[in-house]
Ligand binder design. Sequence first.
Ligand SMILES: C[S@@+](CC[C@H](N)C(=O)[O-])C[C@H]1O[C@@H](n2cnc3c(N)ncnc32)[C@H](O)[C@@H]1O
Length: 196
Amino acid sequence: MPETTMLRFVQILPQVSPRGDFLLQDLPGSGRRIDVLCRDLAACFEWGPKSWSKSNLEMVAVIGTEKILTFRNPQNQAPHSEVGWALVVRESLRGRPPSYVHVSDGTLGEVVRHLIQDEDAKLWVLDESGASLSDCQSCFHTTQNSFMLGDHRGFDSQSLAVISQFDIQRISLGKKSYLSSHALAAIISEFERKVR
Ligand SMILES: C[S@@+](CC[C@H](N)C(=O)[O-])C[C@H]1O[C@@H](n2cnc3c(N)ncnc32)[C@H](O)[C@@H]1O
């Protein structure tokens, strides 16, 4: 596997408001499950990678149906708690992102189109009912690997329509349903094992 292999995670959050109007003391309720993204970010840029370079990780959040946040290698600016990440997300949605967050308008369909445009790019959906990751050899031979994650409810009808429109393959880590942050960490760990 080339050292430049990228792992990208796309967290779909159809219920979250793009205005950044949630309370830090009530992320699941007022944030309509923005806590899912905060845990993903901690898994991606803090506790998830052991040997995988954080500069080869990217987190994309599709907020509601219109806002895209892209997080790239925060280096020493990474916060150290779920609430710390919530503050970064809130400031970004309010138009004050730190340098490692890119904010744009866009839909899930546009994100998908962008992620699969390069010849060496592949996108999968992480889904309990998909094909086993161990059977997916193509995952480990692609240099741009993106994995879509559902929220606490899985995928809503609009996301399912995009998945079907682009015929995105489903990959499973087993029948048990994990937190999306743990599914994300498990993928990083699988890729780490392949290069060891
Ligand atoms: C908490 S789970 C979704 C909830 C679950 N589908 C349900 O309705 O009970 C959040 C997301 O993590 C990912 N995920 C969790 N467990 C997984 C597994 N065993 N294999 C693949 N992806 C998984 C999927 O993307 C899923 O949509």
